[in-house]
Ligand binder design. Structure first.
Ligand code: NAD
Length: 488
């Protein structure tokens, strides 16, 4: 029987593929089978330096191309992505493990940012005030930043790179991108698509790797701005290191998102929304709802309804269209998540639904990294399962008596990425909106992901920096201004 060879991935530098010479290679398993689909090189600082040099060489000519011409690449990219939407979906499913529906949603969300970038001529427009003084005019003009670093996580291998790449490129920058070493293949397709759309060589460079590449990007004098998305400790490290090296930085970090259920909530709306929020992407989303805060008599009803819905959640390979929840990304992630379930039991929470050893609908009987949905009731805010980002399919229910009690629980979190409320009361929703300390809020919505026209605006330890990703913030991050005062 022929043994399929596992491809070794290459870096893209200056419009050419570079074989990794001497780099350590890491297996990239399909999370649904455990079998390697690629081997990714862990590149070093020299590869980053080569990428920065090629970006520096290409960027001035690109910045000189009129922005209305630059965005034609985005228009063509959009068409190519539409044409290849199902291949992109399947690529995501294969390397990340999420369901087809989740992956399809990811492709749509990535497209949204490409569409936003098509508007760069309007977004980048400056401002003028005539006669700021007698005979003197003042104008503000936007220019690209130069060479930018983009570092991304495993959980949205297509969408998160696309939060920044189209905006950076349309604004006239060149980029050195380091995708997650756990999901590196979607980024290769992104580079191929940009180049097929007409992006000149050297403007979008891809360097595979892990910490050494991240550090080199944060320290390289040729890189002017670093956009990072990933876990909180690494976000803090990137923010500290890159800003100490004089760069502007946006570092989107981890989360612990709360979903408040008021006694008047419509459970026909709340239950599917909470299920999708907690267990979509196997709980591996920065917007995952991981704590339900049940107010008053909502408690018993919501726990019973969620437990019932979990029993019908089919766990299996993402490629099967009937699957409701796919595997987690790695076996060691499953071990970490299982450790949290054990901690919840130890700390005295009531285990309503146990994902350990849950049945997996996989006729192939594979060695995938599966875990079923877990629900804990009577969780207290002091327990580790209520405080820490688990990043897996584990939902904690904390009970309280009032909306103010719920707000206090939510606001005690060190994170402030997203938070939702389920209620039919406009007054409760308004009080919630004003009092809650989080950047992305949902009212009767489980995953409050802003569309690309708005910023992705986490608070507290969920974000380090000033300008957020996407929306006008995204354009601001990838441009810098000159203010010209003239007298004629
Ligand atoms: P991660 O922090 O492990 O990895 C992110 C990037 O940092 C990867 O490219 C990785 O190679 C690199 N990295 C990992 N460890 C490093 C280290 N010690 N030093 C330097 N670089 C390192 O994150 P992940 O597990 O890939 O992604 C999940 C995390 O990302 C979760 O915490 C999730 O909440 C967060 N996330 C946040 C957002 C947001 O918008 N706030 C969006 C998506 C994911």
């Amino acid at each position: 029987m022929a043994v399929a060879t596992v491809p070794i991935l290459r870096n893209r530098i200056g419009g050419a593929w570079h074989e990794p010479v001497g780099a350590e290679l890491l297996d990239v398993p399909d999370p649904a089978t455990g079998r390697a689909i690629a081997r990714v090189p862990l590149s070093d600082a020299a590869a980053v330096d080569a990428a920065v040099q090629s970006a520096e060489a290409a960027q001035p000519a690109w910045a000189a191309v009129p922005v209305a011409e630059r965005v034609r690449v985005c228009y063509r990219l959009r068409e190519l992505m539409e044409d290849q939407a199902s291949e992109l979906r399947d690529l995501i499913v294969r390397e990340n493990g999420k369901t087809q529906a989740d992956a399809q949603g990811e492709v749509r969300r990535a497209l949204e940012v490409v569409e936003l970038s098509c508007g760069m001529p309007t977004l980048m427009m400056g401002r003028v005030l005539a006669d700021v003084s007698r005979g003197i005019d003042c104008e503000e003009i936007r220019y690209p930043v130069g060479v930018c670093g983009v570092i991304t996580p495993f959980n949205f291998p297509l969408m998160v790179p696309m939060w920044t790449l189209p905006l950076a490129i349309a604004a006239g920058n060149a980029v050195v991108c380091k995708p997650s070493e756990r999901t590196p293949t979607s980024a290769i397709r992104i580079v191929e698509l940009f180049e097929a759309a007409g992006l000149p060589p050297g403007l979008l460079n891809l360097v595979h790797g892990a910490r050494a590449v991240v550090t080199a990007i944060c320290e390289h004098p040729g890189i002017r701005a670093v956009s990072f998305v990933g876990s909180q400790p690494v976000a803090a490290y990137v923010y500290r290191t890159a800003s100490a090296h004089g760069k502007r930085v946006q570092a989107l970090a981890g989360a612990k998102n709360h979903l408040v259920v008021m006694p008047d909530a419509d459970l026909a709306v709340a239950v599917p929304a909470i299920m999708s929020s907690a267990f979509g992407g196997a709980g591996q989303r920065c917007l995952a709802g991981s704590v339900v805060v049940a107010v008053g008599e909502a408690g018993d009803r919501i726990v019973a309804a969620l437990a019932e819905a979990s029993r019908h959640l089919r766990v299996g390979p993402g490629a099967d269209p009937e699957t409701g929840m796919g595997p987690v990304i790695r076996d060691d992630s499953r071990t970490r998540i299982t450790g949290y379930i054990e901690a919840g039991v130890r700390e005295g929470a009531t285990l309503v639904c146990d994902g350990r050893g849950a049945p997996v609908d996989d006729p192939a009987g594979s060695d995938g990294f599966f875990l079923g949905p877990t629900i804990f009731d009577h969780v207290t805010p002091a327990m580790s399962i209520a405080r820490e980002e688990i990043f897996g399919p584990v939902l904690s229910v904390v009970r309280t008596d009032t909306l103010d009690g719920a707000l206090a629980i939510v606001n005690a979190s060190r994170f402030g990425n997203a938070a939702s409320i389920f209620t039919q009361s406009g007054g409760a929703a308004r009080r919630w909106r004003q009092g809650v300390e989080a950047g992305m809020l949902g009212v009767n919505i489980g995953v409050a992901a802003p569309v690309a026209l708005f910023p992705f605006s986490g608070w507290k330890d969920s974000f380090y920096g000033d300008l957020h990703a996407t929306g006008l913030d995204g354009m601001h991050f990838f441009t810098r201004r000159k203010v010209v005062t003239s007298r004629f």
